[in-house]
Design a protein around this ligand. Structure first.
Ligand code: AMP
Ligand code: ZN
Length: 493
């Protein structure tokens, strides 16, 4: 088993990643704020965390992975109020969409999901602990703030120098860009029309930062192996998490901090006003395949700047096709008995290079290159008639290893695209879909059979989100699934 070296933002250098205090790696990843559909930048981060957890497990280390769902924050409150609905109703559809998107991208589910609104008592307890140490203080309006002057190490993660902190200067919004630090909100007093909770702290709602500190500690303890998120979260979110958690427990909060570099689109920061903002669903409606999107977003190592372009997405589609075709070729019988020694050596080298690349700070680009070197060598040998049956067996084993992390060999693309089209139809967005895709909307019986089989399989693997998504998507097309003791039947309504 290889030692996994991973860059640690805290120490500013690459360090071995090892679980401490138990066999499993206890890891926390800041999850989505469910106020909108996930965009490809969000998924770049979640995909690289997926690469990490898959590779860690491949190296024999179990993981205990927590992802939070931020279902109350400034943005959610603002949007739900604009839509005139309670926040739970507002967030439910985006949470469901997030799970569907995770499944479309073949992102493994963490061991635990945790909704912020399900952990209010833990947040209150944490703030009370800070208040008992006079690190949290209440203002006249009934909000609570963290006194950063009481945490001298503030800035140690983002390497910001906060000399001359002005004691008592405050900021009450969750996201802020500040050169100088400010006391930040732990608990926000209720405002007219806002959802609130009655607690010993007063009536109000939590700040964003306390949510993650409380959920991480509740599920993983107060001494966590790894914490991950996009680079934008380093300051102030993660800095504030550290301040809250370490002040409360007296322990280091997290040993290893992993930050995924931001995704650019066509060379620019992705933004709605720039017209270069894409959700996963936008790309599926344009006709790009989920597997190609996954493969592209993970092929650039997480610490490198990644520039998303449509040319690179087309290249990624071709790469996945090539890999699948090669896989099929190796699966087909018909190679003569025996072993080609050169190809056996190339296979062993590919395996070694693949493992070494991922163990070296998750260098996905090199891992991918190692496998494509093998594809090239083995295809040439097969063309020349010199590949042997034993080579195919060895190659299939290495491909399975590679696919344990890259996870693109199984072809679920058509079903995912169909589900996206059915969603677009329900949402009144079908005019955004590429015309050739819309033609596939008229499901044949065989298509329905395939989806029903996929749902049965999803239920077997306890992937209920996917199973429900398939049922709902078929329902939206007027196709009803009936579970009976004789098996599953479907009928058109
Ligand atoms: P949010 O839903 O905004 O809280 O973000 C969810 C995750 O996506 C966080 O870890 C963010 O840091 C990450 N993220 C947001 N935008 C990007 C981007 N352009 N590139 C990479 N990660 C991002
Ligand atoms: Zn967080």
């Amino acid at each position: 088993m290889a030692t996994i070296e991973l860059f640690n933002t805290l120490g500013g250098k690459t360090e071995p990643l090892t679980p401490v205090g138990g066999p499993a790696l206890r890891m926390y990843c800041c999850g989505p704020t469910v106020y909108d559909y996930g965009h490809i930048g969000n998924f770049r981060t979640f995909l690289h965390v997926d690469v990490l957890r898959r590779f860690v497990r491949q190296q024999g280390i179990p993981v205990n992975h927590v992802m939070n769902i931020t279902d109350v924050d400034d943005k959610i409150i603002r949007n739900a109020a604009a839509a005139g609905v309670p926040i739970a109703q507002y967030t439910a559809r985006y949470e469901r969409a997030f799970f569907e998107d995770l499944d479309a991208l073949n992102i493994e589910h963490p061991e635990h999901f945790s909704r912020a609104t399900g952990c209010i008592p833990e947040m209150v307890t944490l703030i009370e602990k800070l208040a008992a140490k006079d690190i949290a203080y209440k203002t006249e309006d009934g909000s609570w703030y963290f006194r950063i002057a009481r945490f001298p190490e503030y800035g140690k993660l983002s390497k910001k120098d906060f000399d001359g902190i002005e004691d008592g200067a405050r900021v009450d919004v969750d996201e802020y860009e500040k050169d100088a630090a400010r006391d930040f909100a732990l608990w926000k007093a209720v405002k007219p029309g806002e959802q609130s909770w009655d607690t010993p702290l007063g009536t109000g709602r939590p700040g964003w930062h306390i949510e993650c500190s409380a959920m991480a500690t509740k599920l993983l303890g107060d001494d966590i192996d790894l914490h991950a998120g996009g680079e934008d979260l380093m300051f102030p979110h993660h800095e504030n998490e550290i301040a809250q958690s370490e002040s409360a427990s007296g322990n280091p909060f997290v040993r290893h901090w992993m930050h995924v570099r931001f995704l650019l689109v066509e060379g620019r920061k992705m933004s709605k006003s720039e017209g270069n903002f894409y959700t996963l669903r936008d790309l599926l409606l344009k006709g790009y395949r989920a597997s190609a999107i996954r493969f592209l977003l993970i092929s650039v190592p997480y610490r490198n700047q990644m520039n998303f372009t449509f040319d690179s997405l087309t290249e990624s589609t071709n790469a996945v096709d090539r890999l699948r075709t090669f896989h099929q070729r190796m699966l087909k019988d018909g190679f003569a008995e025996g072993l080609n020694a050169d190809i056996a050596a190339a296979t062993a080298k590919a395996e070694q290079d693949y493992t070494a690349a991922l163990a070296n700070d998750l260098n996905t680009a090199e891992a991918r290159a190692a496998i494509f070197d093998l594809v090239r060598a083995a295809n040439s040998a097969a063309d020349a008639g010199s590949l042997r049956a034993e080579n195919a067996t060895q190659i299939l084993r290495v491909l399975a290893l590679f696919d344990g992390v890259f996870a693109v060999l199984e072809d679920r693309d058509a079903a995912i695209t169909r589900a996206a089209l059915a969603w677009a139809e329900v949402e009144g967005r079908i005019d955004e879909a590429a015309p050739e895709l819309v033609a596939t909307l008229s499901f044949s019986d065989a298509d329905i059979d395939a989806l029903v089989a996929e749902r049965t399989q999803a239920k077997k693997t306890r992937n209920f989100a996917r199973a429900d998504a398939i049922r709902n998507d078929l329902l939206a097309k007027g196709i009803l699934i009936e579970d009976s003791k004789d098996g599953v039947r479907w009928k058109r309504k």
